[in-house]
Design a protein around this ligand. Structure first.
Ligand code: NAD
Length: 288
């Protein structure tokens, strides 16, 4: 079965529209600051898509475009202004940043209560300790896919390939909280094929096209494909060899149309959550 992330994301966005109307009736306009430094063309597309998604559901977004030669201090100055501006509910700094800017310092500069991407170590620490109020967008989107498809993780062997701070590591924490037995693999892992053959669930966040092949997948395995790779003809594909593994897997996410739209939907949801936190409004159960 192919998991239709695009239509699940649409449903979530529709639910969020109702919540935004409720907030607006209280005089609260959820507002996201989107900061882009430099001219990275992929980043420009991501920012445009995120802003468009905000507009679609009624989140106000303000874009801050800074030149490539912006210094780390200048960027931190802007973040501090946004931190203290009560009209701003969420702050997103699009990665990657130019090499002269330390991404870790920038993540630490964002006020945890406005940290919609959930990159601030205070929030990642909270996630490790079991507080799931704010969860990074891609891991959260993947968890929602499991919920929507009613795929239980209890006792399942979940193999995550990739150990980035934005996907692999927080995802491992989340899957652990959902009672999976988690193995995290990476570029130095030995016997990856064997480990994958034992997996009930494989989540690939590698960035290598057709990396997951049929010899790695056991019958009935769930495959979540996070990878976004550009083909020579400009189209995109995931990390799994979709045609080869789709009939062995019980569930699989396509690329495009799987994890990607969920990531954006979760950014919107996190913006609503931070808006509510700042206005002392209860976050509905089941929302997180
Ligand atoms: P990354 O690009 O920072 O790192 C890649 C990871 O893959 C590393 O942890 C590395 O150890 C692992 N890896 C590389 N080669 C490997 C190998 N041969 N065997 C096993 N592991 C290997 O990771 P990222 O930022 O999480 O991105 C991974 C992919 O996911 C990229 O294609 C990225 O574009 C995509 N991505 C998609 C979304 C989405 O919303 N769909 C969100 C974030 C990232």
């Amino acid at each position: 079965m192919i998991i239709d992330g695009k239509s699940i994301a649409e449903k979530i966005k529709n639910d969020l529209k109702t919540e935004i109307l409720e907030l607006k009736s209280k005089g609260i306009i959820p507002t996201l600051a989107v900061v882009l430094v430099g001219e990275n063309s992929a980043s420009k597309i991501y920012v445009r898509n995120k802003k468009k998604a905000c507009e679609e559901i009624g989140i106000y977004s303000e874009e801050f475009n800074l030149p490539e030669n912006t210094s780390e201090d200048e960027l931190i100055d802007l973040i501090e202004k946004l931190n203290s501006n009560s009209d701003i509910n969420g702050i997103l700094v699009q990665l990657p940043l130019p090499l002269h800017i330390n991404e870790k310092k920038i993540a630490e500069a964002i006020d945890p209560i406005k940290d919609v991407d959930v990159f601030n170590p205070i929030n990642t620490g909270r996630l490790i300790s079991g507080d799931t109020t704010l969860i990074p967008c891609t891991p959260k989107g993947i968890a929602e896919l499991f919920d929507y498809e009613k795929i239980s993780l209890k006792g399942k062997h979940c193999v995550i390939i990739g150990r980035s701070n934005i996907v692999g590591k927080p995802l491992a924490m989340l899957m652990l909280q959902k009672d999976a037995t988690v193995t995290i693999c990476h570029s130095k892992t030995k016997n990856l094929e064997k480990i994958c053959q034992n997996a009930d669930i494989i989540i690939a966040a590698i960035g290598k096209p057709k990396f997951i092949t049929k010899n790695m997948v056991k019958n009935g395995c769930v495959i979540i494909d996070v990878g976004i790779n550009r083909n020579k003809d400009g189209t995109i594909c995931g990390d799994a060899d979709f045609d080869e593994v789709k009939d062995i897997a019980s569930y699989i996410t396509p690329v495009p149309g799987g994890v990607g739209p969920m990531t954006i939907a979760m950014l919107l949801e996190n913006t609503i959550i931070t808006t509510k936190m700042q206005n002392n409004i209860d976050i509905k159960k089941g929302e997180i």
